[in-house]
Ligand binder design. Structure first.
Ligand code: B12
Length: 453
């Protein structure tokens, strides 16, 4: 048995503070392997390094694991990078203990070599961390040599994915901040969006947890912590195999009273499916529409048309479930004409919120990265210096941003630039509002009066 301290380094409050779920599942795997684990969250500590020092001296860990969630805030107009904070925390740990430092997490896994070198950690685990972290700690404890960077030899099957080990102080903090915690019902993504890191992080096929295991987690979170609001963090909730419907059916069968949100791919989602999800607790959904016309949807490799996104929107409105579309302008294939067409298309989306972004983060391991190298945007090396955003050579970015601003200006259902949305959310948070918040902006048309009313 070893003592392992796990530290969440994420300090991002955009769009709201997000429970460090990766840390919770790594904690569960280590506890199942017989270790004593404590979890420390830098954001929840008020970003107070002295509390981390105190934690290390009180717990005296044999190993310290740092989780790195975000590289940047995905806002080309106000870019913020987060790697310096991880480096600083590795330094703090080093000052307090000689325990080996292991880094993991989605941001780390996107450019592991660079981040490992930059932060000075001893070991880094790329991708799914449960098995490799247990193997690494076993090997190091037995005095074996271990490589600096480790990958799992295979991905976990759905029924091998442990329930997260939620920590009470962390749950209290995140529920206090954002009103919710999060859960995963499956991993993987088979879609081929050109900019996206999800398939390389989680694999390119669905790996589904048993619906009963997900329902157990919901019931436990309710019983142990009194939490009834969740976000399902699956890359895409509505998988083509229909696992998402089984999860909803299980929630209904057990009569679990929860409210939850998720990411929906706006393709083929039908009204009757949404009706089932709503009865099971879906109260709002974030749609990965991503581009606003067929040419740019093709450019991003989305695999659906704007007409399909429009159909999805209609189904949400018909079921009176708030949905929001996230759209990135300036991606592959964007021209003045597609910006105009896209803005006109977005006008057809009713009773919804549209969040627009300018440019797309260029992440290593994606088709967009290769394209950006080919087009001379970036060199072939992943860079930590500042986040890089793809902007189509076919547009003038300033003119494009001005057009989006003019089209969205003054309307509360249309958010651009992204930092403006964050300012509004911050104000609402100060007034005590919690949760997604954008869902409160949507009003549906009055339903026709029932006969006899
Ligand atoms: C769901 C999600 C969201 C939701 C979260 C909702 C919620 N209430 O939880 C929302 C929409 C709010 C969101 C927002 C953002 N997100 Co997001 N999000 C995701 C997503 C799809 C899943 C994250 C998740 O929970 N996974 C489930 C957990 C269990 O997995 P995990 O954390 O990866 O942990 C595993 C491994 O990484 C590893 N691991 C993790 N920690 C550790 C620690 C150690 C020591 C070890 C060994 C291993 C290890 O093992 C774990 C288990 O296998 C990922 C993409 C993806 N598929 O990973 C992006 C992702 C994490 N998000 C990303 C970003 C950028 C953001 C935002 C900054 C964007 C923005 N400006 O709004 C914000 C930041 C939010 C915040 N406050 O931190 C990026 C981060 C990398 C990057 N490019 O910077 C990702 C990777 C997507 C991408 N673009 O590539 N996000």
């Amino acid at each position: 048995m070893k003592r392992v301290l796990l530290v969440s380094t994420n300090i991002t409050r955009e769009p709201y503070p997000v429970y460090p779920l990766g840390l919770a599942v790594i904690a569960a795997a280590l506890v199942a392997d017989g270790h004593a684990v404590e979890q420390f969250d830098f954001l929840a500590s008020g970003e107070d390094e002295s509390l981390l020092r105190e934690k290390i001296s009180a717990f005296a860990p044999d190993f310290v694991g740092l989780s790195m969630r975000n590289l940047d805030n995905c806002d080309s107009l106000k870019a913020v990078g987060y790697q310096a904070i991880v480096k600083r925390l590795v330094g703090v740990v080093r000052e307090c203990t000689a325990a080996p430092v292991i880094v993991g997490g989605p941001a780390f896994s996107i450019m592991p070599e660079r981040i490992l070198a930059f932060t000075g950690a001893d070991h880094g685990i790329v991708g799914e961390g449960e098995r490799p972290v247990c193997d690494l700690i076993r090997d190091l404890s037995e005095g074996k040599e271990a490589p600096a960077l480790l990958w799992g030899d295979r991905l976990l099957a759905g029924d091998e994915m442990a329930s997260p080990l939620f920590s009470r102080p962390l749950v209290d903090f995140y529920v206090g901040q954002s009103g919710m915690i999060n859960l995963q019902t499956k991993r993987g993504c088979p879609h081929g969006c050109v900019y996206c890191s999800y398939p390389s992080l989680e694999g390119n096929r669905w790996r589904c947890r048993e619906p009963g295991a997900v329902a157990d987690d919901l019931e436990r979170a309710r019983a142990d912590f009194g939490v009834d609001h969740f976000f399902f963090t699956d890359s895409v909730f509505n998988d083509d195999g229909g696992h998402f419907l089984l999860v909803a059916e299980e929630i209904l069968r057990r009569g679990i009273s929860v409210r939850w949100s998720c990411y929906i791919r706006p393709q083929g989602i039908r009204r009757e499916q949404l009706s089932l999800l709503k009865r099971a607790g879906l109260y709002a959904a974030e749609l990965g529409t991503d581009a606003a016309c067929d040419a740019t949807l093709r450019g991003q490799g989305k695999g659906f048309t704007f007409a399909e996104a429009l159909d999805a929107n209609r189904a949400f409105v018909a079921e009176r479930i708030p949905c929001a579309h996230f759209v990135m302008f300036g991606g592959p294939g964007e021209t003045d004409d597609t910006v105009n067409e896209g803005l006109a298309n977005l006008e057809q989306l009713e009773h919804t919120v549209v969040f627009a972004f300018s440019g797309i983060s260029i992440l290593p391991g994606t088709a967009l990265f290769t394209r950006a190298v080919r087009e001379g945007f970036i060199t072939g090396e992943a860079s930590l210096d500042s986040p890089k955003y793809y902007l189509s050579p076919g547009i003038d970015a300033d003119a494009m941003n001005a057009r989006i601003k003019a089209s969205f200006g003054g309307r509360r259902h249309r958010v651009f630039p992204p930092s403006e949305g964050q300012l509004k959310r911050d104000v609402m948070h100060r007034f005590g509002y919690k949760g997604l918040l954008w869902d409160t902006l949507i009003q549906f048309p009055k339903e026709p009066a029932q006969a006899g009313e």
